[in-house]
Design a protein around this ligand. Sequence first.
Ligand SMILES: CC(C)(COP(=O)(O)OP(=O)(O)OC[C@H]1O[C@@H](n2cnc3c(N)ncnc32)[C@H](O)[C@@H]1OP(=O)(O)O)[C@@H](O)C(=O)NCCC(=O)NCCS
Length: 268
Amino acid sequence: MPELARETITDVIARMGLSHTESQALWAECDLSSVPSQVEVLTAHIGAADAAPWPRGMSPNAALLAILATVPHTECWNAGHRVPTEVTEATIADIGTKLRLYGLELTGIDWFASIVQARVFTLGRLQFEVGAFCPPTDESAWALHVPELGPLTPAACDDSIGSAASFFDAVFGDTTTRTIVCSSWLLDAQLTEYLPADSNILDFQRRFTIFDGGHDTDAGDQDVAKFIFRRPLSELAAVTPKTRLETAALGHLAAGRHWREPSGYLRL
Ligand SMILES: CC(C)(COP(=O)(O)OP(=O)(O)OC[C@H]1O[C@@H](n2cnc3c(N)ncnc32)[C@H](O)[C@@H]1OP(=O)(O)O)[C@@H](O)C(=O)NCCC(=O)NCCS
């Protein structure tokens, strides 16, 4: 890899708050030959309608290096498309946050790829992703994501959702989409058995019309393990619950039940 790219990536790694050890592990990857061409592919897809493909067999570390090397190009594209600096900073910062909280494997490389291709934007409390679809209304939509940034207060959600239309109109030209879809363990109706009606999570639930109630498979359990306990489902045995949600999550699984990942939509 050219020296300049190395310096660029080192700078981005530092900005993401990765430790020296994490950084060393990335550079220790044996085969970095596919990284430059993947940076080109990702860069060519910034702001595009479709997401970039990944080459077969690219190692997770090489893929992450390609992501990090693309960040300056994303920042440049954002600056040229009326994305406010604070939105760019908050959006890019999510790469470091997710790596620290959940790691590369639990997060999945596609999430980071969406960020650097300007498909995801952090608008205040929430994140919005282009390119989603809303089956009940048969129209395009923005996918809504909830980053781990402190309490999910109703006021912060209102502000964030309220800013989406003008943001996307400004950045992508007048968009016709006014629908938001969300698929999340946060929308699981079973949470009403455990949380008070005035909890932030149940307030968030009430914003959505559910069109898929989710299924009793391991997928919802895995999400709960990741987003509540920050570890894989296989490692929950060692956990001591602290909050009432943690207690409820473990009790639910111990009773042989599953958590679900329903999908819902809301109109602006
Ligand atoms: C979404 C989120 C911010 C909601 O947190 P919140 O605003 O505190 O939610 P509530 O007010 O409804 O919390 C009710 C109870 O559950 C607890 N709780 C909520 N989310 C929790 C979490 N992720 N882990 C542990 N406990 C949690 C709260 O501490 C509170 O318990 P307490 O009264 O004993 O303190 C939080 O769950 C979070 O950061 N999740 C990670 C990101 C995520 O899940 N995104 C969706 C991905 S699909």
